[in-house]
Write a protein that binds this ligand. Structure first.
Ligand code: HEC
Length: 268
């Protein structure tokens, strides 16, 4: 019995997502060590940062990077950057509706059999900037901008790596490195040459909450947003993990109490 309680407690602890959040070198490139609000067992997404990060995504990254597994309405789900208790159904949330209208999606065919464009609705998925991978490569000097939906989880030390990538562009390649046409030098990218031109510069976005939009700040914010997109259920999962642990603790006390009571008159 004790063993099974221990096993269950271990499973509950694992579900809290205990992970060593240390940054280390990935394929030879040195990562910046940076702590994010969502790391650790008590970590939650900093909602203000995630909202600002969405602005960065919308105004810069979305012109090249798709996020095809996320629907616009997901931004208003519980735990999401724009969740509002007043609108449990995000389709009715005015902020989500306004965000949807910023995007245009392909629809059709209409009565004449033609495809047409319309402003997005909350139930639409984030539209992809390119029709297909070939078109994406053709516009980016042969390099493919990866889809954001899972990117934070797809790269080792995802948050630290992407933060480092966004803040490690260098104006000039170190001596001896010959940059190929259309490439930029980035010391966090394996090999140093990246097909993504620097996407951020100071004050690129005008934050409505007055935060100064430095490259570091925007990087922190967009990574928080991307981390949410890649793991939208994290907060629920951590909360569930704690409830299970508390439940098991009380259950263990009760079991111990009944064990003592049952055997109290028996010599052993
Ligand atoms: C002009 C188009 C363009 C914009 C805008 C852009 N990217 Fe990229 N991005 C690319 C391309 C192309 C690649 C692939 C680079 C390569 O493989 O050399 C890429 C790759 C990446 C990668 C993956 C690197 C890897 O390990 O494979 C990340 C992370 C990334 N971009 C983040 C961002 C963020 C965050 C923004 C917005 C702040 C952004 N990008 C804006 C074109 C763009």
């Amino acid at each position: 019995m004790r063993l099974s309680i221990l096993t269950a407690a271990l499973i509950a602890a694992a579900s809290l997502g205990l992970s060593a959040g240390t940054a280390s070198a990935s394929e030879g490139a040195e990562l910046k060590s940076k702590h994010f609000s969502f790391e650790g067992v008590f970590g939650t997404y900093d909602k203000a940062a995630a909202q600002r990060g969405f602005m960065v995504y919308q105004q810069s990254c979305s012109s090249c990077h798709a996020m095809s597994l996320v629907a616009i309405r997901n931004l208003g789900d519980p735990g999401a950057p724009f969740y509002d208790e007043e609108y449990p159904n995000p389709n009715e949330n005015p902020v989500i509706k306004a965000i949807a209208e910023m995007f245009t999606v392909q629809d059709g065919p209409d009565d004449e059999g033609d495809m047409f464009e319309r402003p997005a609705k909350p139930f639409d998925y984030f539209p992809s900037p390119f029709a297909n991978d070939q078109a994406a490569r053709a516009s980016n000097g042969g390099a493919l901008p990866p889809d954001f939906s899972m990117l934070v989880r797809a790269r080792p030390h995802g948050p630290q790596y992407i933060y480092s990538l966004l803040t490690s562009y260098e104006d000039e390649a170190p001596e001896g490195v010959e940059l190929r046409d259309g490439m930029s030098y980035n010391s966090a990218f394996a090999g140093g040459q990246i097909g993504m031109p620097p996407p951020l510069f100071d004050e690129l976005v005008e934050y409505t909450d007055g935060t100064h939009a430095s490259v570091e700040q925007m990087s922190n914010d967009v990574v928080t947003f991307m981390a949410w997109a890649a793991d939208p259920k994290m907060e629920t999962r951590k909360r569930m993990g704690w409830m299970v642990l508390i439940y098991l603790f009380i259950f263990a006390l009760l079991m111990y109490g009944s064990y003592k009571a049952v055997w109290k008159d028996v010599e052993h």
